[in-house]
Write a protein that binds this ligand. Structure first.
Ligand SMILES: NC(=O)c1ccc[n+]([C@@H]2O[C@H](COP(=O)([O-])OP(=O)(O)OC[C@H]3O[C@@H](n4cnc5c(N)ncnc54)[C@H](OP(=O)(O)O)[C@@H]3O)[C@@H](O)[C@H]2O)c1
Length: 318
């Protein structure tokens, strides 16, 4: 349970009850703690509602057991960071044997943050050149692997942690650009890359100043330009940018976002019925790699703000 802005508390509360035929009570096994959950708990995520008077249960999704013992990934109706939760049967994905609870709980948010943008917002095609801004985090690492899986010809990654950038080369990235170098060097490196191999897709987890620099790098001079699909997915580097109208007019650019509210019902349906099952299988085959840091539910107050190693996801197991 948590109160808006406070630390979650491990405490007793009444078992949630299903409200209609699609909702069922489940036994929860693992829940990943994502920026989304932290934003909802803090009341800062754009989807967060006002918390109820007596607090709420946190955890938007997780891996659980249905009454018949089937192990599924599900999106919670009630908060899932609890022994029992209610979920919608129509929003479940079977977890294949060979995928442990924590990995299956951690994968979906990263897959949403990568595949939904690449597939539906950027319409990725085999042979595309993809730039991933801020690829060193959990979701960026997944985006590199999924972009490769979808046939990207070249993947350029940016980030500030050099060790993480090097790790990305072994996951499928072809070229790294440090955001820690000064602005002129960053822009010179990216402009040279864009001239040599025109960028088709930009997937952005940072926004803020690096997005301004990237937009400056792709600015045209009045001649024909490559068509670029720019998808904003996260804002680790800041929520606002300055965007010059001339910059926008100078390039064949489609600028959009990918997140809750930006996807159609049909696209979310495809996520559940096709994308997550496909990616779960890739993970079982060792072709989609992630790392998790696992903690116990009863330790949640102390470990809510645990600083996990770069690129890993905190997962609560129950
Ligand atoms: N819309 C969606 O569907 C969706 C889905 C998933 C995630 N997201 C969003 O995507 C973003 C990344 O999520 P995540 O799961 O990858 O988080 P994460 O695992 O915590 O990774 C965040 C990464 O951002 C880097 N970073 C933070 N501030 C930076 C800065 N100023 N400059 C350069 N790098 C910086 C961190 O680098 P260090 O390692 O150096 O600290 C870290 O590698 C978040 O904003 C999240 O909310 C959106």
């Amino acid at each position: 349970m948590y109160q808006k802005g406070g630390l979650p508390q491990y405490t007793d509360f009444p078992e949630p009850a299903s409200q209609n035929d699609d909702e069922v009570l489940v036994t929860v096994k693992a829940v990943a703690i994502k920026h989304f959950d932290k934003g909802v708990a803090a009341g800062s995520h754009y989807s967060s509602e006002a918390p109820k008077q007596n607090g709420r249960v946190i955890g938007g999704d997780g891996v659980c057991l249905l009454a018949n013992g089937t192990r599924v990934y599900a999106i919670g109706v009630s908060g899932m960071l609890a022994e029992k939760a209610t979920i919608r049967k129509s929003y479940t994905v079977p977890v294949p044997d060979g995928l442990d609870d924590a990995t299956a709980a951690a994968l979906p948010n990263g897959i949403m943050g990568a595949a939904m943008g690449l597939k539906f917002k950027a319409n990725i095609q085999a042979g595309d050149v993809v730039l991933i801004n801020g690829a060193t985090g959990f979701t960026g690492r997944i985006a590199v692997q999924i972009a490769k899986h979808y046939g990207a010809k070249k993947i350029i990654v940016t980030g500030r942690n050099q060790q993480s950038l090097n790790d990305l080369l072994s996951l499928g990235a072809d070229e790294t650009v440090s955001v820690l170098q000064d602005d002129e060097n960053f822009k010179a490196q990216l402009t040279a890359i864009h001239e040599a191999t025109p960028i088709d897709i930009i997937i952005d987890y940072l926004w803020g100043h690096t997005a301004e620099m990237i937009l400056a790098c792709i600015k045209g001079d009045g001649s024909f330009t490559n068509k670029i699909r720019y998808v904003s997915i996260g804002s680790m580097g800041g929520d606002l940018i300055q965007l010059s109208a001339a910059n926008l007019r100078s390039v064949d650019l489609k600028l959009n976002g990918s997140g809750l509210g930006a996807w159609s019902k049909q696209q979310v349906g495809q996520l559940i019925s096709e994308i997550l099952p496909e990616m779960f299988l890739l993970a079982v085959q060792g072709k989609l790699k992630i790392e998790t840091t696992r903690v116990k539910l009863e330790d949640i107050t102390d470990l809510w703000n645990l600083d996990v190693p770069g690129g890993q996801r905190l997962v609560v197991t129950i």
